[in-house]
Design a protein around this ligand. Structure first.
Ligand SMILES: [Zn+2]
Length: 284
């Protein structure tokens, strides 16, 4: 039954896909045909027991030659992202319930697609990209959460995704070679379970962040963020605030505020895995 097939990275690789989102041209089939191909190549999956993998991949945005947004008083987004990611890693690991890896642990540039590959290499079950970008409107403040979609939820998010995706301009001409057609197919290939997981994590983040920090109106939004394109790992991007807003920038410079943001994000991770375990238990 194709409908019940769980598509993992290993399965995709076994079926001839070099990387989850870099399909050889001969493999660009309709989704049904692809599923059939995968089924033909699939070995019986081991029954999953709860809790299975629990490696959380944190992705501090930007780094190295890419500073990200630069705040109204000169704060670099890349530094705020890394500091908050370290704090979240500390809190998650202190609970004893998670393994945490980071796509970068120092001030170094990493292309967007490589960030996805790092998460897949570690068999991550959740990918959280952490940012504090800038918007044209300096009055806009608050946290917001983004998931992957082929089309943007609104003009502001379209612009944000364009900015985030343009981080790879720092990588030079050899990278960023995903054509719009491929990108379109990739978006459609993001499996149903991955999409549901991403949406659930976004929902949990709103619930956890809303009592702790200001949120944008309609705080869950979506667009074609390259860094969220793993087909098999639920992925979200969190803008913890905006460097373009004086209050947000000042808050994110403060360690006590970053601890509060990280604590809220940890509560969201907890809620996400509690629900995931219930789902596994209910279907088992
Ligand atoms: Zn950013």
């Amino acid at each position: 039954m194709v409908r019940n097939l769980v598509v993992t990275r290993r399965l995709l690789v076994g079926a001839g896909v070099k990387a989850t989102y870099l399909l050889p041209s001969g493999f660009l089939l309709g989704e049904g045909a692809m599923a059939a191909t995968l089924t033909a190549n699939a070995r019986p999956a081991k029954r999953q027991t709860a809790p299975a993998r629990r490696l959380v991949m944190l992705d501090p945005g930007h780094g190295g030659k890419d500073p990200g947004a630069i705040g109204v008083s000169g704060t670099y987004e890349k530094h705020v992202a890394l500091a908050t990611a370290f704090e979240l890693k500390r809190q998650l690991e202190a609970s004893g319930r998670y393994h945490v890896e980071m796509t970068r642990t120092r001030d170094v540039f990493i292309p967007l697609e490589h960030r996805v590959e790092i998460a897949q290499h570690h068999n991550a079950v959740l990918f959280v990209s952490m940012h504090a970008d800038a918007l044209k409107d300096q009055h806009v403040r608050g946290a917001s959460i983004y998931t992957l979609a082929a089309t943007a939820s609104d003009a502001q998010t379209r612009e944000l995704a364009r900015r985030e995706n343009s981080a790879d301009r720092f990588a030079g001409p050899a990278l960023g070679n995903t054509s719009p057609e491929i990108a379109e197919i990739l978006a459609s290939l993001v499996r149903r379970e991955t999409r549901i997981g991403s949406a659930r994590m976004a929902h949990d983040l709103v619930g956890a962040l809303s009592p702790a920090v200001p949120l944008l109106p309609n705080p869950t939004r979506h667009a074609g963020f390259v860094v969220l394109k793993a087909a098999d790992i639920p992925s979200v991007l969190v803008e913890m605030g905006f460097m373009s807003n004086r209050q947000d920038e000042a808050a994110l410079r403060r360690p006590d505020h970053r601890i509060r943001v990280a604590a809220a994000m940890k509560r969201a991770v907890d809620a996400y895995f509690v629900a995931a375990n219930h789902a596994v238990a209910a279907s088992g």
